[in-house]
Design a protein around this ligand. Sequence first.
Ligand code: PHE
Ligand code: FE
Length: 282
Amino acid sequence: NQGVAPVTYGTGTRPPRGDYASARADYTCEQQWSRYTPDDHALYERLYQRQAAQLPGLACEEFIAAVAQLGEPHHIPRFDALSERLHRATKWEVVAVPGLIPEEAFFALLAQRRFPVTGWIRKPEEFDYVVEPDVFHDLFGHVPLLFNPVFADYMQAYGAGGLKASRLQACEYLARLYWYTVEFGLIATPQGLRAYGAGILSSAGELRHSVQSPAPQRLGFDVERIMRTRYRIDDYQTTYFVITGFEQLFDATAPDFTPLYERVSREGELAADSRLPSDRVY
Ligand code: PHE
Ligand code: FE
């Protein structure tokens, strides 16, 4: 949801939560780590412990292995120290932003291998659900897989592809690809289905729901199908798409999307819970 969800999130009447006035032209800002309160750090630790406890059997191994790289679970990580570790692994870094940023700015940062992370943390009463992405969602959900070389390259390619999609007025289609992979993606492993999407991995309830509940449908990854499929921003997903590996994600998105965007716009969109005869059902 970071970046691709409309900046007019939710009702659209609330002003965005962060301090946009102090941000630079590229929307990055200082993390101002010393401004976090002991309560902020304690809340981060509670969120971290709750999610970490649920990962075995539900999150993919690459994610579980990399969570330890975030740093100590006891406080909100310092972005500069985290960036050093990340840069050594995959040449990515994390940069602070005030919150959701415009699409183009978001794509530009990804294309430079800079992942924007919201500085602020939710309030204790938002422990189970926060409308806009906060530092916990952005860090815990997104950053571990940036330590994976193939996924890291996919994210950069997505950013470059986003800048191109903006010129082609195809951002809506590309946003669906982000939603159904980076945010809500599942991966088939020899041990069974596992989650790799940040929206799932940072959610208390959706992690188990996405992998184990009989309610949602789980369909084989198909770029064109995904680009046609609407999504829900206010409830658990009714459809998840399953990749067979991060190489599939990278390879299937490597071709030029220009003719694909034209086809998708002719074919029209599908409801979030639609089912086609061509779907591969897990
Ligand atoms: N190949 C895509 C294009 O030509 C770019 C892209 C790569 C988009 C990876 C998303 C993910 O537009
Ligand atoms: Fe996100």
